[in-house]
Design a protein around this ligand. Structure first.
Ligand SMILES: [Zn+2]
Length: 116
């Protein structure tokens, strides 16, 4: 079964421009990546370069380079229905809640009836 994402790792949302589907990737901190010790020893710009050169793998297995491509774009604002089901299913229940911690294009609709 899937492991829970470390609480200090970030969920990253990557929108496929062609379909509008939003995939989920996990952005681990350098110290989570034990098999890449080079990242632990560099800092600042060098660490950014190391991150930029490695693909981002979404939870459903797509390898993307959101830092280079225009087909896959990092996003923070999308509708729940856009979430990739395959990505979503790999998450533990606690992480699935985190997947919904994003902004929506029509955020006003989420407001409880404050105006009434
Ligand atoms: Zn996906």
């Amino acid at each position: 079964m899937s492991n829970q994402i470390p609480c200090d790792a970030d969920l990253m949302f990557i929108e496929a421009a062609a379909t509008g589907t939003v995939h989920i990737a996990v952005q681990y901190r350098a110290y989570h990546l034990n098999d890449e010790p080079v990242i632990e020893t560099v800092s600042g710009g060098a660490a950014l370069i190391a991150m930029a050169m490695s693909p981002t793998v979404t939870r459903c297995g797509k390898r993307t380079f959101p830092q280079f491509e225009r087909d896959h774009i990092k996003t923070t604002r999308f509708r729940d229905e856009q979430l990739c089901r395959a990505c979503y299913r790999t998450l533990t229940p606690a992480d699935q809640e985190r997947a919904f911690e994003h902004e929506t294009p029509d955020g006003e609709d989420d407001e409880p009836e404050a105006a009434a």
